[in-house]
Design a protein around this ligand. Structure first.
Ligand SMILES: [Zn+2]
Ligand SMILES: [Zn+2]
Length: 115
């Protein structure tokens, strides 16, 4: 009996698991939740990139301009600093990452996945 053969490879699933382990607890932290909520309020929940073009789009993601790394994950000047944050919609978030990381694409939920 070979029940396993009907299952497709787990590779695609693994690629979708993009939140890095070192960052997972940060994104769940009260400090980040409060920071993110406060920032969203500051920008009135609007995408800053779209707003710069005069378009009103609800922001869905608070993006870190200086990307969080294992080295700076405990540095509030990076992780919780409003001047390092940008509220963006999915499309602008994809563009923000696409400009820097060409090898990756960003799906409709704003997750960065390998091409
Ligand atoms: Zn936008
Ligand atoms: Zn981002």
């Amino acid at each position: 009996m070979d029940h396993e053969s009907s299952h497709s490879s787990g590779a695609a699933f693994v690629l979708q698991r993009t939140m890095k382990d070192y960052a997972a607890s940060f994104y769940k932290s009260k400090a980040w939740q409060a920071c993110r909520a406060g920032y969203m309020e500051k920008v009135s929940g609007l995408c800053e990139d779209c707003l710069a073009k005069g378009i009103y789009t609800p922001a869905e993601i608070v993006h870190h301009v200086v990307e969080i790394t294992p080295e700076n994950i405990n540095d509030p000047a990076v992780t919780l600093n409003w001047s390092n944050l940008r509220a963006v919609c999915r499309e602008c978030h994809a563009a923000a990452h696409g400009a820097r990381i060409r090898r990756y694409k960003v799906d409709e939920l704003g997750r960065v996945t390998a091409r």
